[in-house]
Design a protein around this ligand. Structure first.
Ligand SMILES: *Cc1c(COP(=O)(O)O)cnc(C)c1O
Length: 289
């Protein structure tokens, strides 16, 4: 059930659908889990950064659904820091095999040669791309919007690799407009989304990435803490806080028509807060409450 924030703004609490395989990650993995089972795979292999929600989700999937999981992690230096990193520590505790590669090799993550090398090393596996975006992930995300959401004019969501917004676009109604709030800088996103999106009723709002992926400042930290105090809803610093900050800022600046009904998708990601707080502590900044 959607949660009312203001008369014109509602929140879809996707983060409540699972504690770890949270929000959009559950939607993106669901059909892939079914397919890999049908195809008889015993292992899932995927890619991610040190604090990746997708890595945590796949590790938990492995545990819950009986797959071996292999996580190819960006950054060789992390090899000796698993226990200092809450996401990697969690993934390892679920039984995920962590394999650390240099940033340079990581860039090769979708090349056939690299995947073949990984197959030689780990045996056959079902490949999930970084962030989990593929056809089935987009299809899973098409289930986020339901018939009851048809009366909203604007659907807002954070964007990482673009799979989630593509699913929302595909299942949206013709009168609806989808606004994506990228959590990172980069022009490639538009092309990536267009590969999966079947309609043109969407735009990206690039004004609220706060300097780039996982970048944060005092203003965003206090926004997260104020939002929680006021609505009792936890936002994550990487994705949902930036989107929600953007949506409210746009409302205040009258960027929406005055009678617009807006639905913001809370895509989850709360497992990342602990890791972010460790970084904030190192930088002597206030913590996310
Ligand atoms: C991964 C993630 C996103 C980005 O989803 P994409 O499908 O990659 O665009 C958004 N929000 C949260 C909480 C996420 O974990």
């Amino acid at each position: 059930m959607n949660i009312k924030i203001r008369d014109d703004l509602w929140l879809k609490p996707e983060y409540l659908n699972h504690k770890i395989i949270s929000g959009n990650k559950l939607r993106k993995l669901k059909l892939n889990i079914a397919k890999s089972k049908t195809m008889g795979y015993h292992s899932l292999l995927t890619f991610g950064g040190a604090f990746s929600n997708h890595i945590a989700a796949v590790a938990q999937v492995g545990k819950d659904y009986g797959f071996n999981t292999i996580g190819i992690i960006r950054g060789e230096e992390l090899r000796f820091k698993i226990n200092e990193n809450p996401t990697l520590k969690f993934a390892a505790s679920c039984g995920m095999r962590l394999n650390f590669v240099s940033r340079e090799s990581f860039r090769d993550k979708s090349s056939e040669a690299f995947l073949q090398k990984l197959k030689d090393e780990f045996g056959p596996f079902y490949h999930l791309p970084e962030g989990g975006t593929n056809d089935l992930a987009v299809k899973g995300c098409e289930e986020i919007l339901t018939a009851k959401d048809a009366n909203f004019d604007y659907i807002c969501c954070p964007v990482g690799t673009g799979g989630t917004i593509a699913g929302l676009i595909n299942s949206s109604k013709p009168h609806q407009k989808i606004l994506g709030f990228p959590a990172l800088k980069g022009d490639f996103l538009k092309t990536d989304i267009a590969k999966f999106a079947k309609k043109n009723n969407w735009i990206l709002v690039n004004d609220y990435h706060f300097g780039g992926y996982a970048k944060i400042n005092m203003e965003l930290i206090s926004f997260i803490n104020r939002f929680k105090a006021e609505y009792n809803i936890q936002l994550d610093p990487i994705y949902t806080a930036k989107m929600m900050y953007g949506v409210l800022d746009m409302i205040h600046n009258e960027k929406f028509p005055s009678d617009a009904r807006i639905l913001a998708i809370h895509t989850g990601g709360l497992q990342g807060i602990q890791g972010m707080n460790m970084r904030l502590q190192e930088m002597n900044l206030p913590l996310i409450q």
